[in-house]
Design a protein around this ligand. Sequence first.
Ligand code: GLC
Length: 801
Amino acid sequence: MITNTELEQRGNQFPLNVTSYKKNIDTLYFQTSNNVTLQVTVVRDNVIRFRYATNSIFEKDFSYAITKYASRGYNQLDIEDASEKYIITTEKLICHINKTNLKVSMFDASDKKLISQDEIGFHWEESYELGGNIVKMSKISHTGESYYGLGDKPVQTNLKGKRFENWVTDSYAYEKDTDPIYKAIPFFIGLHNKKAYGVFFDNTFRSFFDFAHERKNVTSFWAQGGEMNYYLIYGPKMNDVVANYTDLTGKPHQLPPLWALGYHQCKWSYYPESRVKEVTAKFRELQIPCDAIYLDIDYMEGFRCFTWNKEYFPDPKKMVKELADDGFKTVAIIDPGIKIDMDYPVFKEGLEKDYFCRRADGPYMKGKVWPGECYFPDFTKPEVREWWAGLFKELIEDIGVKGVWNDMNEPAVMEVPNKTFPNDVRHNYEGNHCSHRKAHNIYGMQMARATYQGLKKFAYPKRPFVITRAAYSGTQRYTSSWTGDNIATWEHLWIANVQAQRMAMSGYSFVGSDIGGFTEQPDGELYARWIQLGVFHPFCRTHSSGDHGDQEPWTFGDEVTGIVKKFIEIRYQLLPYLYTSFWHYHKEGVPMLKSLVLYDQDDVQTHYRTDEFIFGDKILVCPINEPNAKGRRMYVPRGKWFDYWTDTIIIGGKEMWVDADIDTMPIFIKEGAIIPKYPIQQYVGEKEFDELTLDVYYKEGKESSTLYDDANDGYEYTNGNYSLRTFNLLGRKNQLIIQQHKIGKFITSYKTFKLKIHGLPFKIAKIQLDNEEILFEKVKVNGDNTLIVDKNFTELHIIGE
Ligand code: GLC
């Protein structure tokens, strides 16, 4: 695509022949006769960074996305000067740089097969009006190649054939295919010949991705400024691509407190205090588990951040404490717009300290949001973030609010056509002063980061909990997120499902949708179906705009209330499984939701599937997306699966009909899985229990499962005070062996495991525990293959007749 059409001589420009190269430790520089420099850095054996300067002068190397904790280091880096090309070899990749045109091709080092290849490769246009370049890259799209990723795009999982834009946008009541929306995550995964690679285009300007849309055999990406600066991340497993991308842009800095994985209730707005209490009391009365209650903008005085409306909330500290005594954590909203009001201390201080964003020629950036006309902190300046973090002292430390919800941080501006700041607004950008063109996509991220820093400080020794609407790559280090202002329609239930999966494969797992829909009102059936999906999302919250009636679990009559309760209870039972999956995400970058293509990329049937996904690594879920359904057709991936409700064994690798009346949904457990379960609690920590259930699903063969425990909050786990158990299951025709290996110092409150063995194909004759035969009475074996053993067993051997 050429932008400067009226200026022919400024159309696409290309690198010419390479005249020299030099090497500096992990980095190679290739120089062309027309002064283009390509910098190639080997970050890891399977992660290579490409950076181009059109006049040999690179910008200062700075990125908000890349974390300082990213793993670096490689085992091999060789360069060979071959006749027509340079050949760079690492342990995992071979990279060819063409000497005549600087085009790049990448190959798998083990079998020498092609992974990715430049089409016309790097090219650019000069941005004569604004300075800098429009930087572009085009690569060949191979036959049968599929594309995934890109954050929150509300479209089919496979992106092939489509074009997208990355520009963080407030998108009230967006729809399927609306683009762009709230997040900018310029990372995609390509898959062909069973091999997956990722491209992370770390450029914060407005950027575009075209996946074989403009031309059938070309995939391209470009940005309206900045540098062509991208990372190629090789798998060949998609899971590894995602894990490596997540490592590069950061895993969550700490685990969330366990309560944050419970159920959350939100509305715009619950006020006054008596209404908040009415809602929380109803949860306890109906015994529907709930851990968090939200305060939307009406808790403030005239929508001024860090204030309270004293008429609605006369004594917030007392209220927050009373809610906490009943197991509810209070989460409060904080937006970026600061009301222009000289009697408002936050505004006054921001003004005095010159913390607000300014237009190009000096005036402040003035925009309308909920409080009326506002100024906006420049969160790209470290000093401003520090100030902002400090503002949370009262809310968190004194009043006891446990979580903060950052909204409108695209930043959203009302009553202007582009819904945000004009491009000329200036930003500090950590001393790399720039305009809003460059800072727009990271503004919300930096706000959430500042909020996170405040929470981290003032919630200490507890863990912080933040939720943001806007995000750029890397935001997952600081905060959870939701998918914005969706609609109470069946189509949006489908959208919520793809968005949560897509975010997870884009390194951002701690995400959920407004359950039931934000705008308009769902009927009971839609709400029930949405809860069924929502309890399998890492972040699980009902939220609605409130101008259309209620949206609490009991709003839609007794039948729906019962279904909602049942599914929220399933989530609470699965909390140890979910927490373990979060631990793998936090430690290893493993996505908590896996689209089928991530689960089994070698099965081409998965490449275009959208609805089914794996929750954690062992539970297959498929929501019902239509009204009046008695079930649905779905694809069950290869392998054997247990129907969660009936224990019927299903052989996967095919599409099939699954019954699912309104009070149930398709859920399957992978054979060999060991699923840990808590008893039902009304909130995390309500009960101390001395037994943990392990649902064991027999398999003939091997499977391993893990269970992570710690204090569920605080930082002791970072000092080794956690417990990670690995269960290795081995099933034979008339034997089942479970070995346990444990690391970590944490001592769990439970003392025993109650193992419920599903699908055991034989009658138990003998049980050996840690190599000693034991009497059935000792492990309380009963007729349905349930036995109780000490939590520290190392080997359980069940032998059939
Ligand atoms: C925005 C948010 C929504 C919130 C509302 C009022 O529309 O997306 O979640 O309830 O603002 O604060």
